[in-house]
Design a binder for this molecule. Structure first.
Ligand SMILES: C[S@@+](CC[C@H](N)C(=O)[O-])C[C@H]1O[C@@H](n2cnc3c(N)ncnc32)[C@H](O)[C@@H]1O
Length: 216
């Protein structure tokens, strides 16, 4: 099978627990698969935010708890993480999280309007080997792809814990005319995700790129 996009992730089951497996049976209740799904689901909320690659969902859960009027769409392909998030949604009684389980770029392509107030990407897969850099999600073409779906003056928040990835993200931003760097973002004060915690434990810095969408 030929992929439209070079995969930016390794699709793995991971170690999945029985309760995560059970939670996955509830996935259809949360699933967003098309632009029409987004339009239908967002009607009762004042804001709409997309988090790409939510991992185990620490960040999206905390934001959804703090912002009940905002609908959060979380994107992830990692089944154990999706199962874990569904368990948390149930336990906490959250009604403002929906889930997309494919390569997010396939959904972004379908979106016809700037519907997202903000888009967040925390610790995208670093692909540290030089021969794999082409698989990195954050490149100039991705910045172009995501630009039309963000509202004017909306935010694209990116963070990485890999210095070399941070350098290439900086280059991609410089080559794009669609974004300006903000001095600060509320998203950088969120509690740390699993990958951010690991970076801190291993003594690596976290590099943040709070970008404001500019009108081209
Ligand atoms: C390094 S993990 C970080 C997870 C989490 N944000 C954290 O900080 O703990 C990156 C995640 O992004 C997901 N991912 C990568 N490319 C993606 C894509 N194109 N669409 C959706 N998810 C993607 C991967 O499955 C992976 O779980």
């Amino acid at each position: 099978m030929r992929y439209k996009f070079l995969p930016s992730f390794v699709k793995r089951r991971g170690r999945i627990t029985q309760s995560q497996e059970d939670n996955l049976k509830l996935l259809p209740n949360f699933l967003i698969e098309s632009y029409e799904d987004i339009c239908r689901e967002k009607t009762n909320f004042s804001k709409l935010i997309l988090e790409i690659g939510f991992g185990n969902g620490e960040n999206i859960i905390s934001l959804a708890q703090d912002n009940p009027d905002t609908l959060f769409i979380g994107s992830e392909v990692y089944l154990a993480g999706i199962g874990y998030l569904i368990g948390e949604i149930q336990d906490l009684g959250l009604v403002n999280i929906r889930i997309n389980t494919g390569d997010i770029r396939l959904l972004i392509e379908q979106v016809e309007e700037p519907v997202f107030d903000d888009v967040l990407i925390i610790c995208p897969d670093p692909w540290p080997k030089a021969r794999h850099h082409k698989r990195r999600l954050i490149k100039a073409d991705f910045l172009e792809l995501v630009h039309p779906i963000i509202k004017d003056k909306g935010e694209l928040f990116i963070s990485t814990d890999w210095e070399n990835y941070a350098e290439s993200i900086e280059e991609a931003i410089t080559s794009s005319s669609g974004y300006g760097l903000l001095t600060k973002s509320s998203y950088q004060d969120s509690s740390l995700t699993k990958f951010q915690k690991r970076a801190v434990e291993e003594g690596r810095d976290i590099y943040v790129f709070p970008l404001k969408k500019l009108i081209k």
